[in-house]
Design a protein around this ligand. Sequence first.
Ligand code: DGL
Length: 286
Amino acid sequence: MPRSDIPPDAPIGVFDSGMGGLTVVRAIKERMPNERIIYFGDTAHLPYGDKSAEAIRHYAQTIAAFLVDKGVKALVIACNTASAVAYQLLHERYGHHLPVINVVHPLVESLRRQNPSKVGIIGTKLTIKSGIYPRLIRQHMPDVEVISMPTPLLVPIIEEGYIHHRISDVVLNEYLRDPALQGIDTLLLACTHYAVIKEEIQALLPHVRVLDSAEPTAEYLQEVLQDRHLLYRGEAPSGEDEYYVSDYTHTFERMSRYFLGQTIALQQMDLWRNESLPFEADTSCG
Ligand code: DGL
């Protein structure tokens, strides 16, 4: 579909491995309440952070194709892991006819505005391994010291609903007390799930600026939609939001209600039915 054929009342496509991307949806809704959202949470493949870049690119491409088929006017990769390893690919494939937005660049831009000197970054194993944040920070803020740390237990804890709970407390204490993070003035939550426990993190690091990608991404999306005359200007919602998951879980439904403050009708959609992965599965046990 040529760009000019996309109407402003078309929905915005958003995806993540699970419910972390809902933090981005909430920020989008706060800024642009009448925009329609089609969300995909790839719960069947969660967590993304422990998988290979190749697997994540494969999942991301399939989800993006599903959302584009649904007629979205923009694609928001509401996952740092997928942004780190699949943004380039999705941008090359779809960027010529719709905006493809990742969560990494808006977060780095919001960091730049803070003028930091020592920055800690926590994220999934794959996001940290990709080195995307230190690379971008070096490019734009060469004098800033950067410490990166994978914190892989946090996504399963959040997806299981252990928020404001002694389990999240113990794990956060273990991670955030790491001597490597001593002396940071800013902590980047380089995983959209972590925005859910931002208050807990902030309470443990009261003197550190804690930044997440939800609001910066929503702000950037709004600017891009405006620039491209794709912002919906109607006085009422442009239609019903749709929320898909690749594997239904009660926790997702319960937590998503808690996040978005509304009841959402979850639809299960297995985009990979009958499909074998296009790469060798690792069958070794250890
Ligand atoms: N919300 C995803 C991110 O921002 C979580 C990744 C995962 O499923 O491990 O990276």
